[in-house]
Design a protein around this ligand. Structure first.
Ligand code: MN
Length: 277
């Protein structure tokens, strides 16, 4: 099932025909305290799914161009991000980094306030001569409270997958600050439930700046796979329903500027476009 949030944080199922509004199946939809219904949906999805399917039955989908898609995540308690998780990307960064530890796998946090959705724009920050880079990534959303889980059990906590651009200011300073400017976390266009993805470690990941294909990788090349990163992170901190975890970027990262359009595409998920102003 492909879930979307749209307009005033209504819940929809995305199909080739467009968006079918299933908001009425939610027991607790409150657009003005939007996070609670989304967190409950993430937690209770297995029980909610048949209700959503029933609600969609017989309803006409609204064409995609007639709705305003929102990011398919809502006020997650945290955005976790894997660093240095593709060998070719580590190699391209090696000459630029003064500290070797930055080339090792790690998990850092991005501010949830940086999240934007499809069709929104990044306001290019004034950063002097420092470069701002795109990082095209496969991300996943947590479906249940998860603490100190084993690799063997980890995948049952994954609700679904989406596309994420980990926008980054290069250079010195803490990652969490350099990667948390407003707009630095585009997410979308939809959340595809795990059953529809199958093996998440075999998905093409592409990113274009305007017409120029900059990144063309595959999630099979992750150095630390998804169960390993859930086990690693959940040893330190409890993961909650609705938390977002992004899995690191393949090589091909690079600069962009105001006026550019950035497009990310992950196989089986879809494509999202962001403008830079
Ligand atoms: Mn990244």
């Amino acid at each position: 099932m492909k879930l979307v949030l749209f307009d005033e944080y209504r819940l929809g199922i995305l199909s080739d025909a467009g968006v079918t509004d299933v908001t009425n199946a939610l027991p607790n939809h409150q657009p003005h305290s939007a996070a609670s219904f989304w967190v409950e949906l993430c937690r209770d999805f297995a029980q909610m799914r048949p209700k959503l399917e029933r609600e969609a039955t017989g309803k006409t989908a609204v064409p995609l161009e007639q709705v305003k898609l929102r990011p398919p995540v809502l006020n997650p308690s945290k955005v976790l991000a894997a660093a240095s998780n593709y060998g070719e990307h580590v190699q391209e960064m090696r000459p630029r980094l003064s500290q070797d530890w930055l080339l090792d796998f790690g998990v850092f946090l991005k501010a949830p306030s940086a999240i934007i959705g499809p069709g929104q724009s990044i306001s290019f920050p004034s950063v002097g001569d420092r470069e701002v880079h795109h990082e095209a990534e496969l991300a996943f959303v947590i479906g249940d409270v998860c603490n100190n889980v084993s690799e063997a059990d980890a995948m049952r906590y994954v609700l679904g997958y989406t596309c994420l651009i980990d926008v980054t200011i290069r250079g010195d300073g803490d990652r969490s600050f350099r990667k948390s400017f407003d707009g630095f976390c585009p997410v979308g266009p939809c959340l595809v439930t795990a059953d529809e993805i199958g093996d998440p470690h075999n998905l093409g990941i592409k990113l274009w700046v305007n017409e120029d294909l900059r990144q063309d990788g595959n999630s099979r090349d992750m150095l630390v796979n998804i169960p390993q990163m859930i086990a690693y992170a959940s040893r330190a901190m409890t993961l909650y329903p609705g938390d977002l975890f992004t899995t690191g970027t393949p090589d091909g990262v690079g600069t962009f500027a105001a006026g550019d359009t950035i497009t990310i595409e992950v196989e089986k998920i879809g494509r999202m476009q962001i403008s830079v102003v």
